[in-house]
Design a protein around this ligand. Structure first.
Ligand code: ARG
Ligand code: ZN
Length: 875
């Protein structure tokens, strides 16, 4: 079935009140749902009443206190259709269903993880609990009663505020929760089990006291301290920056170990993958701490952008996700280093969103069609969606943007809104027409901007020819012209930004060219010396750039551009080009070589004390193999790319050995561990040095020594990764891997890292290693984190292993995807997207990858989730 945006119709029935009562049991849970149903005055009669279900068993059905006879309704596990409805405007419906949490392996609806009952309802999991109008524009006020064995589940949580609790016979007990805010069913949550808790308080700006709780496995309470701190900082930040205050008496977070995604923003009761809650120096890396901070903030920020204002239908998913990602990015930028954060965001966007937008799974940020909504929780909806909000801020300026956001909250609080509603508030406050800009939501694909410059020294004139184009994407062969805000600078001979006298040919405001036509020719006057072009500063628009530029000019910008993002971009482009050239040499049977200038430039940036350490570390992180492949675009040979990349790492390490060694020594700090951005930056630069020195010396001892002495997980796992990747099969590597496993065997989140490091390590035996890890006793298809650590990492980070020329990597992968899909279709569908760029491979691998996709698509009883991905990928 294909769902279409234009088919949206308001529901004929509304559900102002929902009363749920759960009798929990692992194998049998009874759910009694009492709904007040109201005919929608704004639509027609619309009988019968059709409620959504999924794998449900109906036990009993009553209307206004009377049990319905079998002729009054039809029921299947997927649908409840009621024909005989009372004539009045409102009536009461009472539905009893039975479900089995312990056999729910799809992890949607109500399931059990580590003996804890928990729920995941977004997008359409609520219908696996009870029959309902399971769509986001049905807002209802919920009262929830939970009853369970006290021994099994001393803790009973749901949305909103606690209202009542008590003991019952037979060792049972109950609790009642009331959520005063009308909400869609996807925000419903229930948690019951035996968990430890870390408690705290927050006083909001108007003086409301909020009780905060983070629930985790007993004994791990202290590992929630950083998450709690991040939560309080998020609450304060949203008040300060967006004027948004929290609205309930309690805010609870529960960490569970089996979770399909990162986390979920259920009203007042966020449920998290424990990977994004638990952290301490012995078990979590700096990257884990940063992710926790960002995701805690993200889910908290959803309280306003998602919950108070929700989405009219699932086509509007980016309304809450793009905006909330934008908000969490801004939060992290304020808490840490803005430049470093921006570079990290752009790296993620290019690594995940660009290939999606440039391949068979491309879709608009606001799609018009879907078969399976779970497959649209994508980098495009989230990350590109966030870039669109950022461009609105760029176009309007900070103040007007804030005014628009204020109007959005004021105008739409309590609504299930649309992208049109969102754009309208900015049009209203800024008195601007955003209709061309709106194409960013509606048109898929990454636009390209071509820039040509010519300078006339005599006349002091610079002419820029700017041209936009958008490549065709599936279902959209012709593209309309976009409004692209392109920030730029003209960089003078000593690195300063040149000021022009006049410019005409396009609207330029605050050093931003508003590209709106296919071509703009811009004449700048008063430019006597030839400037270097610093384009798309801060990555003001998510586009690709084609600029003819000399490597010397790039190197100049890498050293001198006043925009730190553009400096990083210039160096990154130089590195990418060098790897591409070297990979051509390798494919042509030649020894790769690199320009000396580049090697020196890397050394100079590493040693430049005026730059933050985190920045230098990012600058020296080479583009990944997949990034290079994306830039090459077609006829990809992953082996040549890896060989070229390794050769460049070695050359840079060799050319700068002395200074890198010194830096490595100087950066070691013996002080107490702190996860703050500055300390994390030092560690990341030091570990970058370790990697270079290990590759260029071929000597595993430095990494082995660091592994021995490390006092935190960042340094320990970095050393382990360097050993596994740079020195495979050495005694040092094997012994470190064995000791790491031994030490952390009973800590699942750390053991995931052990799986991940090995799954990502290239090399001749890579697939054998990964295969035998899939038979390791700690491997389990039931745990999404474990599956992603092994299979996800292998298929996304181990390009040479996955894309083995004999197709064995694909065979292993396909077996795993099909095995996972029998339990958990959503996780399998997500894994399968690893094949989305198959068409850009060289012919041999391309044929094998296609075979693998065909093998999946011809499997029996394929889930709609996996079928949708595979068929679109092959189309
Ligand atoms: N709304 C959640 C978040 O972004 C993610 C839910 C993902 N759901 C899904 N079916 N994939 O915070
Ligand atoms: Zn979200």
């Amino acid at each position: 079935q294909v769902f279409k945006l234009e088919d949206y119709r308001p529901s004929d029935f509304l559900i102002p009140q929902t009363k749920l009562s759960f009798h929990l049991g692992p194998d049998r849970t009874t759910v009694v749902s009492e709904l007040s149903i109201e005919r929608n005055a704004e639509t027609g009669d619309g009988e019968p009443l059709v409620l959504d279900g999924d794998a449900l068993a109906l036990v009993d059905l009553e209307i206004d206190g009377e049990t319905l006879g079998p002729n009054a309704y039809e029921v299947t596990p997927e649908k409840l259709t009621i024909h005989a409805l009372p004539k009045g405007k409102t009536f009461r419906l009472k539905i009893t269903t039975e479900i089995s949490p312990s056999t729910n392996t799809a992890l949607m609806g109500l399931y059990r993880s580590n003996s804890v009952y928990c729920t995941q309802c977004e997008a359409e999991g609520f219908r696996r609990i009870t029959y309902f109008l399971d769509r986001p524009d049905i807002l209802s006020v919920y009262t929830v009663r939970i009853e369970a064995d006290r021994a099994e589940a001393p803790l009973l949580l749901s949305n909103g505020n606690p209202s009542e609790a008590g003991e019952l016979d037979g060792g049972r007990h109950y609790a009642v929760w009331e959520d005063p805010f009308p909400k869609p069913s996807y925000l419903f949550a229930l948690v019951a089990g035996d968990l430890g808790v870390l408690k705290d308080r927050f006083t909001t700006m108007s003086g409301r006291e909020v009780e905060l709780g983070i629930y985790v496995e007993h004994g791990k309470e202290q590992r929630a301290a950083y998450a709690m701190d991040a939560l309080k900082r998020s609450m304060a930040w949203d008040e300060e920056v967006f004027g948004r205050e929290y609205d309930l008496d309690v805010f609870n977070i529960v960490a569970v170990s089996d979770f399909n995604m990162g986390a979920m923003e259920n009203k007042g009761l966020n449920v998290f993958n424990d990977k994004y809650v638990l952290a301490d120096e012995d078990t979590a890396t700096d990257a884990d701490f940063a992710n926790i901070e960002a995701i805690i903030a993200h889910e908290y920020f959803h309280n306003w952008t998602g919950n108070r204002i929700t989405c009219r239908d699932w086509f509007q998913l980016c309304l809450k996700e793009g905006l909330t990602v934008y908000r969490d990015h801004e939060f992290s930028a304020d808490q840490r280093s803005r430049a470093v954060k921006r570079i990290a965001e752009v790296r993620t966007l290019k690594a995940h969103q660009f290939p999606e937008d440039q391949g068979p799974l491309a879709h608009p940020v606001r799609p018009r069609r879907y078969r399976e909504i779970n497959n649209f929780y994508t980098a495009t909806v989230y990350e590109k969606g966030s870039e669109i909000v950022r461009m609105i801020r760029t176009i309007l300026g900070r103040e007007k943007f804030r005014e628009g956001m204020d109007l959005y909250f004021e105008r739409h609080d309590g609504d299930a809104a649309t992208i049109e509603d969102f754009l309208k508030v900015f049009e209203d406050v800024a008195e601007k027409d955003l209709s061309q800009f709106a194409l960013w939501y509606h048109q898929a694909g990454t636009p390209n901007i071509t820039v040509k410059a010519s300078h006339d020294a005599q006349r002091g004139e610079l002419v820029l020819d700017i041209e936009q184009s958008s490549p065709p994407t599936p279902g959209e062969s012709r593209k309309r012209l976009m409004h692209i805000p392109l920030a730029f600078g003209l960089v003078g001979p000593s690195g300063e930004d040149l000021v022009w006298e006049a410019a005409d040919g396009a609207a330029i405001e605050n050093s931003i060219v508003h590209v709106r036509r296919r071509k703009h020719t811009i004449h700048f006057t008063g430019i006597s010396e030839r400037p270097r072009l610093s384009l798309n500063r801060g990555f003001s628009a998510p586009v690709t750039l084609s600029v003819e530029e000399k490597p010397e000019d790039r190197a100049f910008l890498a050293r001198h551009d006043s925009d730190l993002f553009s400096r990083w971009q210039a160096l990154n482009t130089l590195m990418t080009e060098a790897i591409i050239e070297a990979s051509k040499m390798i494919r042509g049977g030649k020894e790769p070589s690199f320009p000396d200038d580049l090697l020196t430039l890397c050394g100079d940036i590493a040693a430049d004390g005026s730059l933050e350490e985190a920045y230098r570390a990012l600058a020296l992180t080479f583009p990944g193999e997949a990034d290079v492949a994306r830039e090459i675009g077609s006829n990809i040979d992953p082996d040549a790319i890896l060989a070229a990349r390794d050769a460049l790492v070695e050359a840079v390490g060799r050319a700068n050995a002395a200074s890198f060694e010194k830096l490595y020594e100087n950066l070691s700090d013996g002080g107490p561990f702190s996860p703050d951005a500055r300390s994390a930056g030092r560690r990341s630069l030091r570990n970058a040095m370790l990697d270079y020195l290990s590759e260029s010396s071929g000597d595993p001892r430095r990494a082995a020594a660091q592994f021995e002495r490390a006092t935190n997980m960042t340094d320990r796992s970095a050393a382990l990764a360097t050993l596994a990747i740079r020195h495979p099969d050495t005694l040092e590597a094997t012994s470190a891997l064995a000791r790491f496993e031994e030490r952390y065997r009973s800590d699942p989140l750390v053991l995931d890292k052990w799986f991940q490091i090995q799954a990502g390590a290239p090399g001749r035996h890579s697939l054998d290693t990964v295969r035998s890890l899939s038979e390791h006793r700690a491997f389990s298809l039931a745990n999404p984190n474990r599956v992603r650590s092994l299979v996800g990492t292998f298929s996304s980070a181990n390009q040479t292993g996955f894309h083995r020329p004999d197709g064995e990597g694909y065979r292993f992968f396909t077996d795993m995807v099909l095995a996972v899909e029998r339990r958990n279709p959503q996780v399998a569908a997500r894994l399968a997207t690893a094949l989305r760029s198959w068409r850009s491979l060289e012919p041999g691998r391309r044929a094998l990858a296609r075979e693998a996709l065909l093998r999946i698509s011809s499997a029996e009883n394929l889930s709609p989730d996996l079928r949708d991905i595979v068929e679109r990928t092959l189309a």
